[in-house]
Every structure is written in C-alpha cells, then in structure tokens.
Write a protein that binds this ligand. Structure first.
Ligand code: MN
Length: 296
C-alpha cells in the first residue's frame, strides 16, 4: 500500500491489488486528489475523484470506438490525504506519493481535484526522466501561466507557470480561449511554449495534429487535461467555465494521436460536481476510460 493514501472507491476495470510489490511492471496507477482549496469561482472539484470513479461503472470493457478492450494493466491506489487549505503541503504529499509509483515503474494517472496538482507528478517523473526532455501537452480553456494569483504561487491559476519554472523541453497548450495580458506577454517572450487556441482547434484540427506529430515517438510526454477545455455544453460543472470550447470528439482524436507517443503521465482535473450520474463526471470519466483503452 502506498504511504499517505486511502481508498474510497476504485475506477472500474482496475486490478485488485494494493501492494506495490504485486503490481506488474510498466503498468498505470490511478491516484485521486480531492482538493479544491484555491478555487476562485465554482468550487467542488474535491469531489471529482469520487464522481469520476463512480461514472466509470457506466462503461463497458469493450471500447467499440477503438475496437479494443480496455487495458487491464492498471491499478487504483485511492486518494491522497490532502491538507485542506494548504496547497503547498498537499502538493508535496502528492509528489512523494507519485515518487513511490515512479520507483515501482508505474506511470501515474492523477484525477483531480483542482489543477494546482499538475506540477507534482511532473516533479516526481523528473526523478526518472530528465525534465529538460519532457514535453507537457496541456488541454485547457485557460493558460494557467500567471506567476501569482491573489498573491499565491500555488494555485489552480498558476500551475503551468510552476511547471514552466521546472524547465521542461516544451509546453503545448491546446483549446485556449481565456488569458490575461500578463500571460500572453509571458508566453510570447518564451520559445518553448506553444498556444493553440480553441478556435484553431475547432477550425483547423490538422494544425493540432501536425504540431503533436512533430514530437518524436520516444519523447516523454506528460498530458494534463482540464475538463473545462470542453465546451460547457458537454462539461458544465467545472471551476471556471468558458464558452466556445472544444468537443469530446476532438479530445478522442487527440487521445488517438497521443496513444502512439510516449506518454509517461496523465491527469484529468477540475471535474466539480458532487452529484452521481452527472454529465461532467461521465464525460471526464470517459476521457480516462478512452485513455486506458488506447494506451499501451
Ligand atoms: Mn482551466
């Protein structure tokens, strides 16, 4: 069992073990982060790990879209013990927990929770992969790359700045349709950040596909999906909904392209509902389910 976790519910189709020494090498491990203490508008993403897992039981083990069965080689290690109100402490606990996975050759799938968590799995993965080689693909309505938000460095609104501070090879943001001038100027001043807007994603998907395909197949990629990248029509219960987003079909296409790449970690964040049978959690859960159906 991993230090500092507990198990409220397991993702459907996950393997039945809690002991790290029993898991198969090169498998995937789910960790939930029920934390939403810096949310600035819609709160409730602390319930995301529970509702996303609940929704997973509505899917079947054969994925007809991709004509294959879900990859059974994954485990659900439960949620970390978060420190409510303390972003930094919570993110340190997450980083230490994921280091345990990485040492056991298990790739992390983190279910949020607010977006602040993304820098922790990337830090943990940088103990195995050189951070200067890691590419981050970030699907979001927001750039999340401001240095401080309300005077805080650890926040859902600053997470990609914290990731950029680690000096990764490249950050590719897809589906963007909201930013501050400070963020826009920062991004323009850097040569390792690419912004692909929602408009561009919807009107010229080929340019997105081409950009992803410039990445060599062995480059380690970390994928972070904020569910608010979707149009609020598909995912209404999020922390900061922004109209004119992308569709689940577009995420499906991006996941298919990425499945041929070297994904070393993945997170799905900002599902903010405490209801069962909820559209946002079903849509979020389907993204994880499709990922697990396609990934090796
Ligand atoms: Mn967002």
């Amino acid at each position: 069992m991993l230090f500092n976790t507990y198990k409220p519910w397991k993702f459907a189709f996950s393997q039945e073990t809690e002991e790290l020494e029993n898991v198969t090498e090169d498998s995937w491990g789910i960790i939930g982060v029920p934390f939403d203490s810096t949310s600035s508008y819609g709160s409730g993403s602390r319930f995301g790990p529970t509702t996303v897992r609940e929704a997973s039981y509505s899917f079947e083990n054969y994925n007809i879209s991709f004509e294959n069965e879900i990859n059974k080689n994954f485990y659900d290690f439960g949620n970390i013990n978060v420190v409510y109100g303390n972003c930094k402490k919570t993110m340190l606990i997450l980083e230490e927990t994921i280091k345990g996975l990485v040492e056991a050759n298990i790739k992390p799938i983190v279910i949020g929770g607010e977006h602040s968590l993304t820098s922790s799995p990337i830090k943990a993965l940088s103990t195995k992969y050189n951070i200067e080689n890691i590419v981050i693909i970030h699907l979001d309505a927001h750039m999340d790359i401001i240095d401080e938000y309300q005077g805080e460095k650890c926040s859902h609104a600053t997470v990609m700045k914290r990731v950029h501070d680690l000096n990764p090879k490249e950050i590719i943001e897809i589906g963007i349709r909201s930013a501050s001038l400070e963020e826009k100027e920062f991004v323009d001043s850097q040569d390792n950040i690419t912004i692909l807007t929602a408009k561009q994603t919807n009107e010229n998907f080929e340019s997105i596909e081409n950009k992803i395909n410039t990445l060599d197949s062995n480059v380690p990629i970390y994928l972070s999906i904020d569910i608010d990248v979707l149009d609020p029509l598909y995912a209404p219960n999020v922390g900061n909904p922004i109209p004119n987003g992308i569709s689940p079909a577009t995420i499906e296409k991006i996941t298919e392209i990425l499945a041929n790449k070297n994904i070393v970690g993945f997170d799905l964040v900002e599902v903010a509902t405490n209801k069962l049978v909820d559209l946002t959690s079903v849509t979020g859960s389907k993204i994880v389910y499709d990922f697990l159906s396609l990934i090796k």
